[in-house]
Write a protein that binds this ligand. Structure first.
Ligand SMILES: [Zn+2]
Length: 245
């Protein structure tokens, strides 16, 4: 069976709260967990779609107790920079292109806000998949261990941080390695969310904590598996967008 991690992006106090409750309830009913990308101080106007949810932090606590993993999804989720990124080339970003000091400042402020809520933060999820090697250096300095992103079929390491790859936005994968499905809940209907969870029956949904203990095969150079995965995933995405047109 395909090993799959569920990753939910853009989690914050003013997200589509009804959708978040509905989807996480569906997962809890099936004893499934996910990694949540929590934005420490969301100021991205596109993502502010409801009033402040009073139940937000108690629900996060409840999900952590049920085995969900919390990752830091940027700081403000505002793309006020531009630079060469590790995964996407030159693009808009909250981090890439900024100096070490500027990035360290944003990342440490965000981490502190989440830790003040009693959360253990050792995993980073970059807004827009957009970050550079300076981001990785800052994360290491701040005690992060994992990044949920990257082109590969197995977890791999860059400059002392372990990357748990993320390739698709719906459940897909092969019977080896580990795959991450990246879900944005705000715009989904209840039917679409039910369909996603229904599709998960065909997968071995594993907690993020299990994936971090997996290793890249020693007989395959990491640079080769990165390159081949990137090549095929980009081809797959290109083909899918052609079919949709
Ligand atoms: Zn995001």
């Amino acid at each position: 069976m395909v090993k799959l991690i569920i990753r939910i992006d853009d989690v914050h106090e003013k997200m589509n709260w009804k959708n978040f409750e509905f989807f996480t309830d569906l997962l809890l009913k099936r004893d499934l967990t996910a990694i949540l990308g929590v934005i420490p101080k969301c100021e991205d106007s596109k993502l502010i779609v409801s009033t402040y949810a009073n139940d937000f932090w108690p629900r996060i606590e409840k999900l952590v107790e049920a085995g969900f993993k919390i990752s830091q999804h940027g700081f403000r989720h505002v793309y006020d920079s531009h630079g060469d990124t590790l995964l996407l080339g030159n693009t808009r970003s909250e981090f890439a292109g900024l100096s070490y000091k500027e990035q360290l400042n944003k990342l440490s402020n965000g981490k502190r806000l989440l830790e003040d809520r009693g959360l253990l933060i050792d995993t980073f999820m970059a807004p827009g998949h957009s970050f550079d090697l300076t981001t990785v250096k800052c994360l290491k300095e701040l005690g992060f261990k994992y990044i949920t992103d990257g082109y590969n079929l197995w977890p791999y390491s860059v400059n002392g941080l372990k990357f748990i790859p993320q390739l698709f936005s719906s459940p897909h994968g092969l019977n080896f390695g580990v795959f991450t499905t990246c879900i944005h809940l705000d715009s989904l209907s209840f039917e679409q969310m039910e369909l996603i969870v229904h599709q998960l029956d065909r997968y071995d949904v594993i907690p993020f904590q299990e994936a971090v203990s997996m290793s890249h095969p020693v007989y395959i150079p990491q640079s080769i598996s990165n390159y081949i995965t990137r090549f095929f995933v980009r081809g797959f995405r290109g083909l899918r967008s052609l079919i949709k047109k």
